[in-house]
Write a protein that binds this ligand. Sequence first.
Ligand SMILES: Nc1ncnc2c1ncn2[C@@H]1O[C@H](COP(=O)(O)OP(=O)(O)OP(=O)(O)O)[C@@H](O)[C@H]1O
Length: 670
Amino acid sequence: MLIVEDEYIIANDLELILGEAGYPVIGVADSVAEALALMDQQKPDIVMLDIYLKGKETGIDLAKQLEELSIPFIYISANDNKSVLEAVKATQPIGYIVKPFRGKDILTTLEISRYRHAHSVEMKLREEKVLQIALTDALSAPGSWEQKLLNAAMLLQSLVPFDFLSIQSQKKGTSQLFNYYRVGFDEYQIINLADIHQLTNITPDHLLMVETGDVLPGPVRYSEENFLNFCEKSRLGQLLAKNFRLESAMIMPLNVGLVDTFFITFLSRKPDVYLSGHLRLLERLEQPIVLMLERVLAFEEVARLSEQLKRENNYLQEEVKTLANFEEIIGRSQRLLRVFDQVTQVANTNTSVLILGESGTGKELIARALHNLSSRKDKILVKINCAALPATLIESELFGHEKGAFTGAIEKRIGKFELAHGGTIFLDEIGEMPLELQAKLLRVLQEKEIERVGGKTPIKTDVRVVAATNRYLEKEVAEGRFRMDLYFRLATFPITLPSLRERPGDIPLLAQFFAQRSARKLGKPFRGISETVLNELINYSWPGNIRELENVIEQAVIINDGQSPLTLGRPLINSLFSTALSGTMSQPDASFKLGNSTPKDLQDVKQIQQETERDYILAILKQTNGRIRGNGGAAELMNLKPTTLEYRMEKLGIRKVLSAQPPGSSFGIN
Ligand SMILES: Nc1ncnc2c1ncn2[C@@H]1O[C@H](COP(=O)(O)OP(=O)(O)OP(=O)(O)O)[C@@H](O)[C@H]1O
């Protein structure tokens, strides 16, 4: 026992009473300084102390230090002033004896206080165990981190009081901040970072409680001058202190695994509320909380990865991944070899690439080759066709959306950019992208982060962009339909694919390749392609480029009997298939019917379509000698049901003209 009492007689009495009852007394001090000096020599189990002592410092000052050292103490005092008693209570003594006392009073109080103290330590340990279990349940429950952390904070409130709680999570340089303001006994208001940003104009990066990269050795508390220093360092601390009248803080750092750090900052309106007992409690809770967070984060990571795998798998099922290395890109023309050189040159960089070329020239194939030759080849290549989606959906398709971002957004959905993280995104038909979205895409390319529709925090992405178009983008820019800044950003490295008519030398190779592939697929023998057919293929102008050649050959293989060389299913008539859309790259000599004039409106386009279709059907009918049905009939050659063909003929005014001369019949137009 240590006695701290400045009245000699009382101190002496106490020493006698305690000594006789078998409590060894290590010393008697009449001031705080002397008590500290005695404690330096030997640590007492219990201190009995008076409030007013010799010197300036009081028993209450000493009590604070005893609390730090975890030494229990009992006051002996005659003081009954209300404010002094309040201050005494706040120091959490294990007992209080009123002067004058009898020997019996001392011994009974001592006995009961010691028993209750020992018991309360045990209780506390039990309480902490229960708290740990409750925290595990709260953190591993399903739901958002915002809610989970709030539930955990509510559990801590009874042991570590706070008026404001700020939790900052850091992972590889990115930070997230959750703020909770206590507004009622069990009621908290979530203070959104975006709201603070809007009110104060301070960017979220500057609104962190603890600077990124700061290392704290363990729980730290700040009060008085210390708190002011802390606020000076932390913009958010300063802001909260001022607006919520906060006066003290305690931060608990948690290093979870190798990459995650959490800083839990408790803030209170009372100046001296955080005691060393709180620090010790947080120290004891640190390990169990870290272990449990590790587990929760690991589960989340597994769930995230399996979700990613599921998404990739779905995607791959839609998009059967071709290997598309150069071996599969057929052609030996100089123009194509130049493209290969460009692809090899740029593949292993992160430069955006713009692939230009008419429809069907193999732009997608080149995009895949680019991806497969880059260091991103083990990650996913995500394709998005900007022309195939309604303008309203492209943004959500590209960047994803948060739940409730718009009508119909029942669930959170990640976009193609997030899906492609680490890989490549192929934006096909980029020329069709709405202007408003072009601005957003440009920002993504510059900032390398995306924002989900309805989302508040940007998400870092590492995606290489390859875009393609069959439009003259320069013309689109000149006419204000495509942003010039985006054009320059995308066109850092343009690759222009030659049209098939610009490399006729490749036609026999391609035809051979497609024919063999189709025959293999259909299980038919392939007897080659005759010279005449090859010449016909070479002389055709291929407005649909390789895709058209692929289709023509596939059709030829279907109708081939497997015994003789390939013949074409339909005659190749130049000029009938010219592209009727302006602004796209197409045959320079594209001539339209309609008196060779350019179509002016949709009506003209329709007319050209009808004339083209009519010519085509008539040509096939001529070839089949007017036969529509059965083997080798026009319907079979055109891969149509005979009734459909008859219906079309009727619509186009093609009717049978009976001829006097057999065989067969000829056709005329109504
Ligand atoms: N050099 C080539 N060798 C073999 N097949 C090719 C070659 N180029 C294109 N193809 C095939 O031609 C078809 C059309 O190619 P692709 O879809 O890549 O063209 P595109 O230019 O992207 O067309 P669009 O502009 O209409 O989207 C595909 O089936 C592709 O496999």
